[in-house]
Structures are given as structure tokens and as C-alpha cells.
Design a protein around this ligand. Structure first.
Ligand code: HEC
Length: 272
């Protein structure tokens, strides 16, 4: 069977959603109102944050963790010409955030910060620092309206989900903390959006902007890898690093994200 493309999958979600909605016949006006602004921004943030969790963990374990064992390198200066390396997980996320901002199709903001960051510019300040302190207490996401920037904001804890997270941070020369342990809350992803609710189309736009950003960032990594010195260029195709000195194509990577995230995303979309 042919694998469904990303867009087909979302259309498929849409079909399921409409099928679910059609169980309760509504008068026409109500139906069109119902299809408009039907998700609170909290619900939308939860869905995209869950996708991000999957993509980030997959990238950390299956690309960075497994890749290092094969001899692939990952570095904070990966974008420099003379450095033969791929993006660290945090920089993969920053690539996604940058792509969403650059394309400008969806007003979604994304930032990864901490109270004990490796990079000073990643330290939470102001309201976000206050809320991050509360996340440390209860481990739960926080939602608030940022008056200053007029943005609805959500912060989700970022857990040390894999050994490379802990090892690399503890050993980093600029780290502000050296005893991170597996499972710790190492920081939080902050998401922003200018309205308090979204339509199905807007929600779809948010999810697609994230997925497209992940695909574009992964492609930037592959483009960089293609320019490594000849003996260091990894094979690119269907094989993941666990199977050799190779990297999956963005489609193969994204298909796995979709498979792992779909059930949760679908439940979020259907509110079940
Ligand atoms: C190989 C090294 C490495 C690995 C693996 C790694 N990080 Fe990082 N991480 C960094 C570096 C370096 C930065 C700062 C990047 C920048 O902003 O320039 C960073 C940034 C961060 C930040 C933002 C705050 C800060 O410390 O600057 C968080 C939160 C974070 N990482 C959590 C994680 C988690 C969780 C994982 C595993 C899923 C992980 N990291 C894996 C090196 C690593």
C-alpha cells in the first residue's frame, strides 16, 4: 500500500472530523459557526506540542544518539562551513522555529529556554521565568496571555528524554548545571499565537507549519552533509543511522513522526 503523504493524512483527519461532526446534524448556520474557531488556543498548542515532543525525541534518539555511534557528528556550530556536523536537538528546534517565522504563513512562535541554560540567550526572563518556576514545582504546562507582546502563550516542560540530553549538557563547557539526570525537566518550549481560538483550517495550518519546518530543517542538514568531504558524506535514503552511516530523507523522518504522533493528534483534533 502506498504510504499516505503528510497532506493526505491531514485531509484524512479532516474527513474523520467531518464524519464525527455529521453524527449530530446541525442547522446550516450553526454548522458553519461550528466549523469556525472551534479550538481554543490551548487545545491547538497541546496538539502541536505533542508533535514536537515526538519529533524532538525521535531526532535525539534515532538521529543524534544512533548517528554518533556510526561516526556522525552533531555540533552547536554545525552551520559553519568548516564544521562537518549536524544540528543539536535544540538547534533542530530552533531551525523549525526559524522556518515558521521566515515563511510567515502562520503567526506561530516557538522558543526553547531554561533556568539553567547552556546559552545565556536561552534563559527565561520576566513572566516566562515566573511560570517556569511553577512548572518546576508541578511539572504541568502553563498557559497565559502575554500583555506586553499581546500573545497567547503556552509553556510545556522539556524533559531529559534520552541519555544524550543529560550527557551533553552536563559536559558542556558553558553549562550552568552539571548534575542533570534522565527524566529531569531541563527547560520548556514556549509557544505563542496572537488569538485565543482557531478554526480547523488554522489548526491544520499550525500543524503543517510545524511539520514543514521540521522537513525543511532536516533538508538543510542533508544539504550540509552532502558537502562533507567525500569519504564523510552519509548515504541518504530509507535507512536510519541505526542501520549504518546513513540518514533518512525528510519524508522518511516525517513519516515516522506522523506515525508516532498521529493517534494523539487525531484525538486532539476530534477532542476525544
Ligand atoms: C550533543 C549536545 C546536546 C544534546 C545531545 C542535547 N543538547 Fe540541549 N543544548 C545543547 C546546546 C549546546 C544548547 C545551546 C544551543 C544554542 O542555543 O546555541 C542546548 C540547548 C538546550 C535548551 C535550551 C536552554 C539551554 O540550555 O541553552 C534546552 C532546554 C535543552 N537543550 C534541552 C535538551 C534536551 C531535553 C535534550 C534531549 C532531548 C538535549 N537538550 C540534547 C547541547 C545538547
Amino acid at each position: 500500500m502506498k504510504t499516505l503523504s503528510k497532506r493526505t493524512k491531514l485531509t484524512y483527519f479532516g474527513g474523520l472530523l467531518l464524519a464525527a461532526m455529521s453524527c449530530t446534524p446541525l442547522p446550516e448556520e450553526t454548522a458553519s459557526e461550528a466549523s469556525d474557531k472551534m479550538y481554543s488556543i490551548e487545545e491547538a498548542f497541546e496538539i502541536v506540542a505533542a508533535e514536537n515532543d515526538v519529533a524532538r525525541t525521535l531526532y535525539t534518539k534515532a538521529i543524534v544518539g544512533a548517528g554518533k555511534k556510526q561516526g556522525l557528528k552533531f555540533h552547536e556550530d554545525w552551520e559553519k562551513d568548516e564544521v562537518e556536523a549536524g544540528p543539536l536537538p535544540a538547534l533542530f528546534l530552533r531551525g523549525i522555529a526559524g522556518d515558521i517565522r521566515k515563511k510567515g504563513e502562520v503567526p506561530l512562535g516557538l522558543f526553547l529556554g531554561s533556568d539553567f541554560p547552556v546559552r545565556k540567550s536561552n534563559k527565561f526572563v520576566g513572566k516566562q521565568a515566573e511560570l517556569f518556576a511553577a512548572i518546576r514545582e508541578d511539572g504541568k504546562p502553563k498557559y497565559f496571555y502575554d500583555e506586553e507582546n499581546q500573545l497567547y502563550t503556552a509553556m510545556f516542560p522539556d524533559f531529559a528524554a534520552a541519555a544524550p540530553c543529560v550527557n551533553c549538557h552536563n559536559e558542556h563547557p558553558e553549562t550552568t548545571k552539571t548534575d542533570w539526570a534522565l527524566g529531569d525537566i531541563m527547560g520548556a518550549t514556549t509557544w505563542t499565537y496572537p488569538s485565543d481560538s482557531v478554526s480547523f483550517d488554522e489548526l491544520q495550518g499550525i500543524i503543517m507549519a510545524y511539520r514543514d519546518g521540521a522537513a525543511a530543517t532536516f533538508q538543510t542538514y542533508l544539504d550540509k552533509a552532502a558537502g562533507f568531504k567525500e569519504s564523510d558524506v552519509p548515504a541518504v535514503g530509507a535507512t536510519w543511522p541505526v542501520g549504518g552511516y546513513s540518514l533518512p530523507t525528510p519524508d522518511v523522518f516525517l513519516d515516522s513522526v506522523n506515525e508516532l504522533a498521529s493517534e494523539k493528534t487525531l484525538k486532539g483534533i476530534l477532542k476525544i
